[in-house]
Design a protein around this ligand. Structure first.
Ligand SMILES: [Zn+2]
Length: 229
């Protein structure tokens, strides 16, 4: 049998995994049959839409929808293993790329291994220990974008703007990034955008289902970028 090529973006993978987890949980707790059927129908619709949005071919779509036959815990677990194989790997963030994205940063260290979970992610985010600056790298409209900002500790619970998950004060912080000045801006123009985001980018990557805040940052921030086609 031919191996199926990966095609799912990280946030799409998170959506699919979450939908199928809901069915598996309902089955495990012997929920009402109608409830389980409703979850299955919703998952089928949502995953078919993901397949279409991702430009999946017939084999890829069949594999993504192959949770349909699952009725027991083992079958759901096996499906989730197959689902992992459908994730697109993140491009390697090399020292060369980092130098281009952050030319002023000296001896910038690559994010630690735990920032790259399973080789698939939506963004890289880490604090450089030498400068205490937060670095965020994200692919947007065919460009790899590097953003740099300050990260300050939170004093209370907040919802992460990226993964929309509520976090305790020790798991979240306020990221502030300087914006691009408009074309006619005066020399002293200054504007920054900011919001609360997870401290742990790996955990955030495994939860986010919509990269809308990352898109917003990429459009607002004063960034360096590299064309990646
Ligand atoms: Zn988050």
């Amino acid at each position: 049998m031919d191996t199926i090529q990966p095609f799912l973006a990280n946030h799409h993978y998170n959506i699919a995994r979450r939908q199928v987890d809901k069915i598996a949980q309902a089955v495990k707790h012997a929920a009402d049959r109608k409830v389980i059927e409703a979850l299955r129908t919703q998952a089928e619709l949502d995953l078919a839409a993901l397949a279409a949005e991702s430009g999946a071919d017939d084999a890829q779509k069949r594999e993504l929808l192959s949770f349909r036959g699952a009725a027991e815990a083992e079958a759901f677990a096996a499906y989730k293993e197959r689902l992992k194989q459908l994730r697109l790997p993140a491009m390697p963030l090399t020292d060369g790329l980092l130098k281009k994205l952050f030319p002023k940063a000296k001896k910038l260290k690559l994010p630690q291994a735990d920032v790259q979970p399973g080789g698939s992610l939506t963004y890289w985010g880490w604090t450089d220990t030498a400068t205490s600056k937060y670095h965020l790298v994200y692919g947007h409209n065919g460009r790899l974008i590097g953003m740099m900002g300050t990260f300050s500790a939170a004093k209370s619970h907040h919802v992460c703007a990226i993964c929309k998950t509520p976090q305790a004060p020790d798991a979240i912080g306020f990221l502030s990034i300087v914006c691009k000045p408009p074309a006619q801006a005066s020399a002293d123009y200054f504007k920054a955008v900011g919001n609360y985001i997870c401290l742990d980018a790996a955990a955030c990557n495994s939860q986010l289902t919509e990269p809308d805040y990352l898109d917003y940052l990429a459009e607002q921030a004063n960034t360096k970028w590299i064309d990646i086609g």
